[in-house]
Design a protein around this ligand. Structure first.
Ligand SMILES: NC(=O)c1ccc[n+]([C@@H]2O[C@H](COP(=O)([O-])OP(=O)(O)OC[C@H]3O[C@@H](n4cnc5c(N)ncnc54)[C@H](O)[C@@H]3O)[C@@H](O)[C@H]2O)c1
Length: 339
């Protein structure tokens, strides 16, 4: 199957009564029979320079986010790191917050989180873009830790203009087999963690001379139901509820609040889901076939830089009157949704 084929008759939403589980089984069989698919990047990180970012080459004084500071949670790798690099290329100083403890949530998820070394390397990468960057180690589940980390960032970097609540986890055990602990653990990181990231930053955002900007990372799973991912999906719908309500609450402080809802992105989390019951028997190629079947554009999972580009727009002056919205970055999957 070539990249430009749009074989949607096989897609899960046209299954004529088949379940997603049936589709996954079928996808596994198709892949096993040697169908050529888009190759899957195995690297968990981001490529070091986004080819789409022209602002990286501007002189510092002309960069669109010059003089601004962004605090990003989950910044040690994946989408968080890509956004940190992208906003740094646009001239922002970055406070890079992460739990930096690979096995801190090993009773809830089956893949490791970032390490201190990952965070250090990520900070160095961002500094190479010519801005200030600092590491902050904190667990987004803990409001007190987040308050202290936020105050520290504001003190060192001279305020906070942008907050991106990105840290999140996923577990594909499936609702019927999922323990109460896993359900609550996902809600704790993905919902309370987003609130805990935004709440301590509001006093700084309202003082921003540029207008405060908040982004929370939802998911395509926050735009529709997803079999085997009920708790993750519920948490990502909750993020959008939070964003819409905060857009109302914080508008008079000149703070915009928006969500980004990505499709599958090539990160540790996406590959980590391979260990879930639904995905564990799938090859990488079958996973690509699976996700590609939902997209109208000719791609499987996408690179973190695509999400970073959307974030760069939402925090820019060009988006000053966009608030309470969700920007879908999903290769055309939106065409199948009513929202
Ligand atoms: N990768 C995808 O396919 C995809 C798709 C849609 C949405 N998302 C969302 O994008 C966001 C980033 O995901 P990713 O794919 O880059 O994941 P990732 O696992 O690669 O990176 C997440 C980062 O968050 C950190 N983190 C996790 N729990 C934390 C906690 N309690 N406190 C502080 N830091 C913590 C991790 O250490 C890691 O560095 C998540 O909210 C995720 O739900 C991802």
């Amino acid at each position: 199957m070539g990249n430009n084929d749009k074989n949607h008759d096989d897609g899960p939403d046209n299954l004529k009564g088949e379940t997603r589980r049936d589709f996954i089984k079928k996808a596994g069989m198709v892949a096993a029979s040697g169908v050529a698919l888009t190759s899957l990047a195995t690297s968990a990180g981001v490529s070091l320079a986004s080819p789409l970012d022209k602002n990286a080459n501007l002189p510092p004084e002309d960069k669109p986010l010059k003089g601004r500071t962004a605090l990003i949670s989950g910044a040690a790798r994946g989408i968080g790191l890509a956004m940190a690099v992208r906003l740094a290329q646009d001239g922002a100083n970055i406070a890079m917050l992460d739990i930096a403890s690979p096995y801190a949530l090993s009773d809830i998820i089956s893949y490791p989180l970032s390490s201190k070394q990952d965070l250090e390397q990520a900070v160095n990468l961002v500094k190479q873009q010519g801005v200030k960057a600092i590491p902050l180690i904190a667990d987004v589940r803990d409001r007190a830790q987040m308050l202290s980390a936020t105050n520290r960032a504001a003190q060192i970097l001279g305020g906070i203009d942008i907050v991106i609540a990105n840290a999140g986890i996923s577990n594909g055990t499936g609702f019927e087999n999922e323990s109460d602990k896993i359900f609550k653990g996902i809600m704790d990181v993905n919902v309370a963690g987003v609130a805990n990231t935004i709440h301590p930053a509001v006093p700084y955002l309202e003082k921003s001379k540029f207008g405060g900007k908040v982004i929370a990372i939802s998911s395509v799973a926050g735009r529709r139901g997803v079999s085997q991912l009920a708790s993750y999906s519920a948490s990502k719908w909750a993020v959008i509820g939070l964003v819409k309500s905060l857009a109302l609450d914080l508008g008079d402080k000149n703070i915009t609040v928006n969500a980004i809802a990505p499709t599958a992105v090539k990160t540790v989390m996406w590959h980590g889901e391979k260990s879930s019951d639904a995905m564990k028997n799938l090859s990488n190629a079958a996973m690509e076939l699976f996700v590609k079947s939902y997209h109208s554009l000719p791609t499987g999972s996408i690179h973190p830089e695509e999400i970073a580009n959307a974030a760069a727009f939402l925090v820019s002056d060009n988006a000053r009157y966009i608030s309470g919205t969700t920007l879908d970055v999903n290769a055309g999957w939106s065409g199948q949704m009513t929202g």
